[in-house]
Design a protein around this ligand. Structure first.
Ligand code: ADP
Ligand code: MG
Length: 385
């Protein structure tokens, strides 16, 4: 059942429209965002749909085809710590828009999300951004029509996630979901907020992006994330720079020589080389040098595994088996300790790579992974129905 049909069944009338926003996967640039660095996400073919109509009052009635219970809540009852569960990702959006000075009101709303939940593919941002697109259109905010307007929606969705859902994430997910263009990766500068579209040219070369959701979630995730972040901040303070971005690849050896501790040196080496690899990957993509992109993926994975120490057995197995079966490159993506890996795979090796990863997981006694290929999809949009 799609969102429009579900809306009609839930509320007994036709929705004013349907909007959608994609999940995302980061091609390269991991643990760089909080260091003022670069990332390079693409939007997935999987999208979250929001069928919606405005209401005259301040009530939001929302159902999700992925949740058993609907929610009915007034905008006047939304604030930090006041909404729990999945509805926080929805209600945070009008809350943040009002905080930014936009006039919005209640909605009837039905959500249908295709992005796998909790797989590191950003179903949360897809949900926020689909709701934001609906709000922009239904309350005549006009924010979807320009890059500047979309950037304001990015900021609102990020505040929704940080302050109402309580998840301390950077803005990469929302930027990808709202700003990506079809056939392009989004080069995101987390220091300036600047974004650039980088053409992928994968179809011409018959190369696909394969996403491997390991289904693994190791409990380490939160504590280790905080520890890595703290190590980066401590290193930046010792080096007298605001963020590790300022070190630069040319300054890496000097910086390492100033740091007292071997573990800290490895953390810094990952961040500085990873930021450099994002630039090199964007250049290689523009040049159509996909074998080089593959090598950069592998170098990124090794750096995350050995220097930043955020990989895990499932992610390593996915990467190793994909490479052995003919992937041009493969790496863990996202924060680590589970979640997803990606591989760059020639079209005629797709099945072989997927089979090899499944066989390795079975052999190692891991649960079955979920494997799919994706194009670089378009960002949030109105769905013509
Ligand atoms: P990720 O963003 O990597 O998928 P998160 O933990 O950040 O993982 O977000 C997942 C959460 O987002 C879910 O637990 C749920 O609360 C909410 N969510 C995402 N999509 C939907 C949906 N279609 N319906 C209801 N809740 C959703
Ligand atoms: Mg998320």
């Amino acid at each position: 059942m799609n969102a429009r049909t579900a809306f009609r069944q839930a509320f007994g009338y036709e929705p004013g429209g349907v909007w959608s926003a994609p999940g995302r996967v980061n091609l390269i640039g991991e643990h760089t965002d909080y260091n003022g660095g670069l990332a390079l996400p693409i939007a997935l073919d999987y999208r979250t749909y929001a069928a919606a109509s405005p209401r005259a009052d301040r009530v939001v009635r929302v159902r999700s085809l992925q949740a058993s219970e609907g929610v009915e809540i007034s905008l006047d009852d939304v604030g930090p710590g006041r909404v729990s569960g999945w509805a926080a990702y929805v209600m945070g959006v009008p809350w943040a828009l009002e905080q930014a000075g936009f006039a919005v009101g209640g909605l009837d709303l039905v959500i249908d999300g295709q992005v796998p939940l909790g797989a590191g593919l950003s179903s949360s941002a897809a949900l926020e951004c689909a709701v934001a697109a609906a709000y922009s259109a239904l309350f005549d905010l006009g924010l979807m029509e320009s890059p500047e307007g979309r950037a304001q929606l990015v900021a609102a969705c990020r505040r929704a996630e940080n302050e109402i859902a309580g998840a301390p994430t950077g803005g990469m997910d929302q930027s990808a979901s709202l700003l990506c263009a079809q056939g392009h990766a989004l080069l995101l500068d987390c220091r300036s907020g600047a974004t650039t579209h980088v053409p992928l040219a994968l179809t011409e070369a018959d190369v696909r992006v394969l996403v491997i959701d390991t289904k693994a979630h190791h409990a380490l995730v939160d504590g280790q994330y905080g520890a890595r972040r703290a190590a980066c901040e401590e290193a930046a303070a010792l080096l007298g720079v605001e963020t590790l971005r300022e070190v630069g690849i040319a300054g890496l050896d000097d910086a390492l020589a100033q740091l007292p501790d071997e573990v800290m040196r490895r953390r810094v080496r990952h961040v500085v080389t990873e930021i450099d690899r994002v630039t090199l990957t964007a250049d290689a993509l523009r040049a159509g040098a996909l074998a080089e992109v593959g090598r950069l993926f592998v170098a990124s994975h090794e750096s995350l595994r050995d220097d930043f120490e955020v990989s895990c057995a499932e992610l390593d197995a996915a990467v190793e088996s994909a490479l052995a079966a003919g992937a041009l490159g493969a790496r863990m993506t996202g924060g680590g300790f589970g979640g997803s890996a990606i591989a760059l795979v020639p079209g005629d090796r797709l099945d072989a790579v997927a089979d090899a990863v499944r066989a390795r997981f079975a052999h190692n006694g891991f649960g079955a992974p979920d494997i799919f290929s994706t194009s670089a999809a378009a960002g949030a949009r109105s769905e013509v129905v």
